[in-house]
Design a protein around this ligand. Structure first.
Ligand SMILES: Cc1cc2nc3c(=O)[nH]c(=O)nc-3n(C[C@H](O)[C@H](O)[C@H](O)COP(=O)(O)OP(=O)(O)OC[C@H]3O[C@@H](n4cnc5c(N)ncnc54)[C@H](O)[C@@H]3O)c2cc1C
Ligand SMILES: *[C@@H]1O[C@H](CO)[C@@H](O)[C@H](O)[C@H]1NC(C)=O
Length: 198
């Protein structure tokens, strides 16, 4: 009885050892199908990562992509639309952004500088961003930074300086869900004005 038990025990131990060594010699395949592209990544392929958190290395550092935009009317229309988009974005940006959200906003501006459809404007804007890197630590900081940068463009184009204390009133988009001056924390408690008294 005892020797039979001993034999089964030894058999099981050997079986486990064989199984373990099999796993060490042939680790489970790390191949997978990329959920985004459907591409097959073979053995030794890189781990799936979160593409949303990454910008291709080098994409942020490259030069201006678009050609010169000759048509002055189109240039001005594009400018007004773009400033509108950017100011509205910074004024709806979180008051307490996460590191990921901060990286996203910074990348946005750097990529916009590269991809802006008026090439000669983009060259100037890239130089401007080098001297005035995007500030992303809060809604207030980001929107005042952008207002300052817009004023620097105004100055170069001999346009009047904008009073950044009136940002709130100018860009309240009436979007409904969350007034520009309110907290984004979700508790519904009104916060002090973003600029005024904030
Ligand atoms: C990144 C970028 C680079 C550009 N570079 C050039 C260039 O090199 N050459 C060129 O000819 N044009 C350039 N433009 C376009 C130019 O800035 C203007 O958009 C365009 O000339 C139209 O001017 P605008 O007088 O209608 O007012 P815009 O400057 O377009 O402003 C639109 C409105 O925003 C408000 N505003 C003005 N200043 C501010 C501020 N500081 N903060 C918040 N709100 C403000 C005002 O109500 C204004 O009427 C550029 C635009 C952008 C976005
Ligand atoms: C310049 O752009 C404006 C606005 O996009 C357009 O209406 C106009 O026809 C353009 N002019 C020329 C000469 O292409």
């Amino acid at each position: 009885m005892a020797s039979r038990f001993l034999r089964s025990f030894v058999f099981i131990v050997i079986l486990l050892l064989v199984l373990c060594s099999f796993l060490v010699i042939n680790p489970p395949s790390r191949a997978y199908v990329d959920p985004l592209t459907g591409e097959y990544r073979g053995e030794g392929g890189f781990e799936p990562s979160s593409p949303a958190n990454e910008v291709e290395k080098g994409a942020l550092a490259g030069g201006v992509i678009m050609p010169k935009l000759g048509n002055e009317t189109a240039k001005a229309e594009l400018g007004r639309a773009t400033w509108r988009l950017m100011h509205t974005m910074t004024l709806r940006y979180p008051e307490s952004p996460t590191p990921d959200e901060r990286a996203a906003l910074k990348s946005y501006f750097l990529l916009q500088a590269r991809l802006y459809p008026c090439g000669e404007c983009a060259e100037e804007f890239m130089q401007l961003l080098k001297k005035n890197p995007p500030q992303t630590s809060s809604r207030k900081v980001a929107s005042l930074w952008l207002c300052h940068v817009h004023n620097l463009v105004n100055e170069r184009l001999h346009k009047p300086e904008f009073d950044c204390m009136t940002l709130d009133a100018t860009y309240d988009c009436g979007c409904g869900d969350d007034p520009v001056s309110s907290s984004t924390s979700g508790d519904g408690a009104p916060a002090p004005g973003m600029i005024k008294g904030g």
